[in-house]
Write a protein that binds this ligand. Structure first.
Ligand code: PGA
Length: 256
């Protein structure tokens, strides 16, 4: 049975103390009700990563960003080796808020993907179109470009272990989640694009997540889609009980 990924992106929320409380609440409850075939992760802020990782038993910890250079005069930045030292699982790359507010390009994302793979950290590469692009039917052209630029010069072996998160920008934090038909259609397109760039085996082995206003009520519809392996969750991952409810909804739908 395939594994379903549920990754919570906390963005700029939760202090260290709040992170500690969340981790102990959720780990205790997860231990009491095992989540078969579900991989759960959270993405705390840099400063809370160590506290989260120290308390992580079932949960995987991811960073929200990294710098592509190994070290140097880049004030305010954090390198992949610094993240690696904390013992976390991986890192988001190219979240739409990074692209919008920090002008991150797919080319910059490509350097970050190379840096993460070089240190054996699991990247989750985020892609998706804006509302204007969606309205003018450019979704597939945008996503294709983000994949081509983001994956440039990455070998087939590396790409086979990549996680891609498709998050339409218009659905992030808006309560306006994309229908499962849209999410499945774009996920299928992502696999076809990867297949054209690499081959069918590679397209089959990448994991594809949907993100954008996912909640405990709509999550099951996404994870039931043929080409969707899980979800990236913002708002609904902040409260431990709500996040557990969401995980529970996936566990139930997996067992049907
Ligand atoms: P949201 O955020 O679930 O609050 O829409 C998703 C994300 O930004 O990854």
């Amino acid at each position: 049975m395939k594994k379903t990924y549920i990754i919570g992106n906390w963005k700029m929320h939760k202090t260290i103390q709040e992170t500690i409380k969340f981790m102990s609440d959720i780990e205790t409850k997860l231990a009491a009700s095992p989540t078969n075939h579900v991989v759960v992760g959270v993405c705390p802020s840099y400063i809370s990563l160590e506290a989260a990782q120290k308390r992580a038993k079932q949960i995987h910890v991811f960073a929200q960003n990294c710098h592509e250079k190994e070290q140097g005069a880049y004030t305010g930045e954090v390198s992949v080796s610094m993240l690696k030292e904390v013992g976390i699982t991986g890192c988001l790359v190219g979240h739409s808020e990074r692209r919008t507010y920090f002008h991150e390009t797919s080319k910059a994302c490509n350097s970050k993907l190379h840096a993460l793979f070089a240190r054996y950290l699991q990247p989750i590469y985020c892609i998706g179109e804006t509302l204007e692009e969606y309205k003018s039917h450019q979704t597939k052209a945008v996503v294709e470009q983000q994949i081509k630029e983001g994956l440039a010069n990455l070998s087939r072996d590396l790409v086979q272990s990549l996680i891609i998160a498709y998050e339409p920008v218009w659905s992030i934090g808006t309560g306006r989640n994309a229908s499962k038909e849209i999410a499945q259609d774009v996920a299928d397109f992502i696999r076809n694009t990867v297949s054209a760039l690499y081959d069918e085996d590679t397209a089959k082995s990448i994991k594809i997540l949907y993100g954008g206003s996912v909640n405990p009520t709509n999550v099951a519809s996404y994870v039931s889609c043929q080409d969707i392996d899980g979800v990236l969750v913002g708002g609904a991952s902040l409260d431990a009980d709500r996040f557990l409810e969401l995980i529970g909804a996936v566990t139930v739908s997996n067992s049907i």
